[in-house]
Design a protein around this ligand. Structure first.
Ligand code: SAH
Ligand code: SF4
Length: 357
C-alpha cells in the first residue's frame, strides 16, 4: 500500500480515518497535536498512543515529504531552501527574519502556468500542483528550525513559486490546517495570499469567511501593458480584477494590497503612477511597490532609487497609500524560483553562502 502524507488530511478527515479503524475520537486530537503543535516527525515518538496504533500509522502514513537539496542564507538571517518531493519535483521556501517577525514564504505549485515575463518561476513552465500537505510542510520545516532556536513562525506569505488560485483547494486546505487553533494555530491575519488576478479565485476567497489577507499582483495600469507582462491578463482584464477586489472588500471589510513590480522604462513612469492612482482611488486598498529583482534570462532592469521614490511620491500625492518592499522582502518574495533555476543549472556550489540578488 502506498503511504500517504498525513499533512494532506484536515482534522475532520483524520478523525474519520481513525474512526473507521475503531479508534476513539480523542486519538485524532492527540495525533493532530503531535503533528501540528509539537511538530513531531516520528510516529514512534508519539508516546501517548498505543504501540499498535503507532505502528499502523507508520505503515499507512509519512510525515515529512521533503529532502533538502540546497540551502542558502544571508547575513540578515534570510534562509532559502530548495526542497525535493518524493517524485523528484522541487520547490523553494524562504524564511525572513525581520525584527521580531519570522515570515515564511511558501510555494503552491512546481513552476507556474502563468508565465509572467519578469518572473523566474514563470520562465520554468509548469510541472504540477502541490498537495495541501506539501504546501503546509514548508511552514512546518521552518517552524522546526525556529523551534530549535526558541522561536516560532509569526507570519506566512503565499508568494513563492506558483499561482495559489490555480491550486485553490490545496492552498486553502493548507492554510486552514495551519490556522487551526488545536494545532499550529497561526492567526489568519498573519497569513497573506498573493494572486496574479485569477478572478474566480478572488471571488471564492471572498466567500470563505476567513480573515486571511489578500494581495493582488497588478503590475500595470492598463490591459495592453499588463498583457505584455502577465499572459493571463487577456483572460481577466483589469476591470474584472478590480471588481473582484471590490467584492472581496465588501464581503470581508479587509483592505486589499495591490503589488506592482517596478520595471525600468516599462511601467515606472509618472504617467503609470497617475493611471494606477486613478484606478485605485477611493478603494480600501494599498499599493506595495516591488523593485524588479534581476535574475539570469529576465529581460528587465530595476529602476534606480530616485525613480522608485518619484513613483512612490506620485502615488502618495494622488492620495494612494503606498509602501516600497525593502530589499529583504525582495529577496524573499521575488527570489523564489531563482534558487531552483540555479541549482538545476548546476551552478549552486556548496560554498555559495549568500544570495546573488
Ligand atoms: N503567483 C502569485 C504569487 C507568487 S509571486 C503572484 O504572482 O502574485 C509573488 C510576487 O513576486 C508577485 O507580486 C510577483 O509579481 C513578484 N515577482 C515575481 N518575480 C519578480 C521579480 N523578478 N522581481 C520582483 N518581483 C517579482
Ligand atoms: Fe506565476 Fe506569480 Fe511568477 Fe506570474 S509572478 S509566473 S503568476 S509565480
Amino acid at each position: 500500500m502506498e503511504k500517504r502524507l498525513l499533512l494532506d488530511l484536515s482534522p475532520e478527515e483524520l478523525a474519520k480515518e481513525l474512526a473507521a479503524r475503531g479508534q476513539p475520537s480523542y486519538r485524532a486530537e492527540q495525533i493532530w497535536d503531535w503533528v501540528w503543535r509539537k511538530l513531531c516527525l516520528d510516529f514512534s515518538a508519539m508516546t501517548n498512543l498505543p504501540l499498535a496504533l503507532r505502528e499502523e500509522l507508520s505503515q499507512r502514513f509519512f510525515l515529512d515529504p521533503f529532502e533538502v537539496l540546497a540551502r542558502e542564507s544571508d547575513e540578515e538571517g534570510t534562509e532559502k531552501v530548495l526542497l525535493a518531493l518524493p517524485d523528484g519535483a522541487s520547490v523553494e521556501a524562504v524564511l525572513i527574519r525581520e525584527e521580531d517577525r519570522r515570515t515564511v514564504c511558501i510555494s503552491t505549485q512546481v513552476g507556474c502556468p502563468v508565465g509572467c515575463a519578469f518572473c523566474a518561476t514563470g520562465q520554468m513552465g509548469f510541472v504540477r500542483n502541490l498537495s495541501a500537505g506539501e504546501i503546509a510542510a514548508q511552514v512546518l520545516y521552518f517552524a522546526r528550525l525556529l523551534k530549535a532556536q526558541g522561536e516560532h513562525v509569526t507570519h506566512v506569505v503565499v508568494m513563492g513559486m506558483g499561482e495559489p488560485f490555480l491550486n485553490y483547494e490545496a492552498t486553502l486546505k493548507a492554510l486552514n490546517n495551519l490556522n487551526d487553533a488545536r494545532g499550529f494555530g497561526l492567526g489568519a491575519r498573519r497569513i497573506t495570499v498573493s494572486t496574479i488576478g485569477v478572478v474566480p479565485g478572488i471571488l471564492r476567497f471572498a466567500q470563505e469567511g476567513r480573515q486571511y489577507n489578500l494581495a493582488i499582483s497588478l503590475h500595470a495600469p492598463d490591459d495592453q501593458l499588463r498583457g505584455e507582462l502577465v499572459p493571463l491578463a487577456a483572460r481577466w482584464p483589469i476591470s474584472q480584477v478590480l471588481a473582484a477586489a471590490e467584492a472581496y472588500i465588501a464581503a470581508t471589510a479587509r483592505r486589499v494590497t495591490f503589488e506592482y513590480v517596478l520595471l525600468r522604462g516599462v511601467n515606472d513612469g509618472l504617467k503609470h503612477a497617475r493611471a494606477l492612482a486613478s484606478l485605485l482611488r477611493g478603494k480600501l486598498a494599498h499599493v506595495n511597490l516591488i523593485p524588479f529583482n534581476p535574475a539570469p534570462g529576465l529581460p528587465f532592469e530595476r529602476p534606480d532609487d530616485g525613480q522608485i521614490e518619484l513613483f512612490r511620491r506620485e502615488l502618495l500625492a494622488q492620495g494612494i497609500d503606498v509602501t516600497v518592499r525593502r530589499s529583504k522582502g525582495v529577496k524573499i518574495q521575488a527570489g523564489c524560483g531563482q534558487l531552483r533555476s540555479r541549482v538545476l543549472r548546476g551552478r549552486c556550489s556548496s560554498d555559495e553562502k549568500s544570495f546573488e540578488l
